[in-house]
Design a protein around this ligand. Structure first.
Ligand code: AMP
Length: 309
């Protein structure tokens, strides 16, 4: 079925409700994105299509989460290609609202606060980023609630939809801190949605796919491979039940002159607090997340791998 593009919340409600009725659907999935879609986003969409009767992907470059107006302006916008990619994956609806539709009164007075978890790592170099990101994710999760446009009360039973549809939203493990924060927001504020994390998609040489990779020169892209190589080193050591020796992996990154390392740590996957003990001399045991961020030329890159031993 061709994908349907909608730009207002009212259209999204009515079209998704109609689709749920037509398909007699029992579930709806939401895939929030900022567009400039690549195979990583396609994987999110594919997973959502496999698991749900109706799938909505949103495309919205959220001004609230950009500290820097230049970064916001130059964020790539490729709507036609995005729609083609989503359609190929079987997504039913693309929701691409304007800034005015999402923030009709200008910047919202009341926002979601990410708290201390939003102030470390990415939050430390991008103040306010996660408050802005969580605020828009909260709004998108509300826009995407299934059944909001179904006929009221008594008519519900005759809609063909049996009971309240399941509701799932899909986020990439690539943005591990965002995923951890979304999970906390949904738990702490009782959002009626299941959050599904999708593993990071990489190019064949290991670089995690990102909409910003297009701003890397060939030389910078080559240099950037040291991030995934260093993460892989830790993953191999964890799998071999060896000490992680984080220091030597950090040295590997530091030896690449085009890469300006911000942080490289092994943390608890839920709290993102460093797991210092596990990283040095003793064999790694338990669950961890190796996280890395670096500036390469004009681009800030982030990556991570889950560790389990
Ligand atoms: P963005 O459009 O960059 O805000 O990303 C939208 C969603 O796609 C987020 O949940 C990201 O974590 C996810 N995503 C971005 N890159 C990748 C990737 N390489 N692999 C898996 N998911 C990704």
């Amino acid at each position: 079925m061709p994908i349907k593009l909608v730009t207002t919340a009212a259209e999204l409600r009515s079209h998704s409700a109609r689709l749920l009725m037509q398909k007699q659907g029992a579930s709806q999935g939401l895939v929030p994105t900022m567009g400039a879609l690549h195979e990583g986003h396609a994987q999110l969409a594919r997973t959502a299509v496999e698991q749900n009767d109706v799938v909505v992907a949103s495309i919205f470059v959220n001004p609230l989460q950009f500290g820097d107006a230049v970064d916001l302006d130059r964020y790539p916008r490729t709507l036609d290609a995005d729609l083609a990619l989503l359609e190929a994956e079987g997504v039913d609806l693309a929701f691409a609202p304007s800034v005015d539709e999402v923030y009709p009164g200008g910047e919202p007075l009341v926002r979601v606060t990410a708290g201390p978890l939003g102030e470390k790592w990415e939050g430390a170099s991008r103040p306010g980023h996660f408050d802005g990101a969580l605020t828009v994710v909260a709004k998108l999760l509300h826009y995407g609630i299934p059944g909001a446009g179904l006929p009221p009360s008594g008519a519900f039973a005759s809609s063909g939809v049996a009971g309240l549809p399941a509701y799932r939203a899909y986020f990439g493990q690539k943005d591990a801190q965002q995923l951890a924060l979304v999970r906390r927001m949904v738990a702490d504020l009782n959002f009626p949605v299941d959050i599904v994390g999708v593993p990071t998609v990489r190019s064949a040489d290991g670089l995690a796919l990102s909409s910003r990779n297009r701003f890397l020169s060939d030389e910078q892209r080559e240099a950037a491979l040291v991030l995934s190589r260093a993460l892989r080193l830790l993953e191999d050591r964890a799998n071999a039940h060896e000490p992680l020796d984080l220091g030597s992996a950090q040295d590997l990154v530091a030896s690449q002159p085009l890469v300006d390392l911000d942080y490289f740590e092994v943390v608890d996957p839920g709290t993102l607090e460093p797991l210092a003990e596990n990283c040095r001399e003793t064999p790694f045991r338990g669950e961890g997340l190796a996280i890395i961020a670096a500036k390469v030329g004009p681009v800030r890159l982030i990556d991570n791998v889950p560790l389990s031993s």
